[in-house]
Design a protein around this ligand. Structure first.
Ligand SMILES: O=C(CO)[C@H](O)[C@H](O)COP(=O)(O)O
Length: 224
């Protein structure tokens, strides 16, 4: 049974993540294939899916990390090409603005996350209240790049006013690298998402603005 802390209840960020993940389980339909994101909040959601695994067909996973957790619990993991569009995608975020626009990719899984979000009818974002911001941009925007294009993309990002820092040592599940873009005043996230995507060598970027979350659960409460 999901636990919904009441208004004013003091919660640690960890309890906030767990409460949001538990609440998201209510959106899982019987006999469905569920899109599953990546991160510590999603890890709680996967635990919950494990408890109801007999009621679902399985999952489509956004990362090797989530695939491992799903398989450890005996939840079948499917290829998105085999399932077609999904009813539900559940994922966390690094930042969330009042319009449900997000920055994601702290865990470097942004490309597969964006693909599954795009292929799903409903994107439910699960966060703890510390992720809510009035304006996106405190958290650096991750940009996944083809390795040979790293310097070229970084120079183009500087021209757009950002301060790119190579996340050295991180290789994405797709074999690419990450630039984290700091010190950006993001006035129009939809336009910036599109400008970044237009730089040759960029695979994708962590702004989820053109396709924001449909619903945000924060600390277990559905945000109106
Ligand atoms: O975008 C992500 C991974 O690429 C995660 O959703 C984001 O980093 C939030 O993670 P956590 O739930 O651990 O705070």
């Amino acid at each position: 049974m999901a636990h919904h802390p009441g208004a004013g209840t003091e919660m640690t960020p960890e309890q906030g993540k767990q409460a949001s993940a538990e609440r998201a389980l209510e959106f899982v339909q019987d006999d469905s294939v569920v899109g599953v994101g990546t991160g510590s909040t999603v890890a709680y959601f996967i635990q919950g899916l494990g408890r109801m695994k007999d009621r679902i067909q399985g999952a489509v996973s956004s990362s090797e990390q989530s695939t491992k957790l799903l398989k450890e619990l005996g939840i079948p993991v499917f290829d998105l090409n085999a399932t077609g569009p999904l009813e539900l995608y559940v994922d966390g975020a690094d930042e969330c603005d009042p319009h449900n626009r997000l920055i994601k990719g702290g865990g470097a899984a942004l490309t597969r996350e964006k693909i599954i979000a795009a292929a799903s009818r409903q994107f439910v974002c699960i966060v703890d209240p510390s992720k809510l911001v009035p304006v996106l941009g405190r958290f650096p925007v991750p940009v996944e790049v083809i390795p040979m294009a790293r310097s070229h993309v970084a120079r183009q990002i500087v021209k757009l006013g950002g301060d790119p820092v190579w996340r050295e040592g991180t290789v994405t599940d797709n074999g690419n690298w990450i630039l984290d873009v700091h010190n950006w005043s993001i006035t129009d996230p939809v336009a910036l998402e599109s400008r970044l995507n237009a730089i040759v060598g960029v695979v994708t970027n962590g702004l989820f603005a053109a396709r924001p979350a449909d619903l945000v659960i924060t600390g277990g409460e559905i945000r109106a």
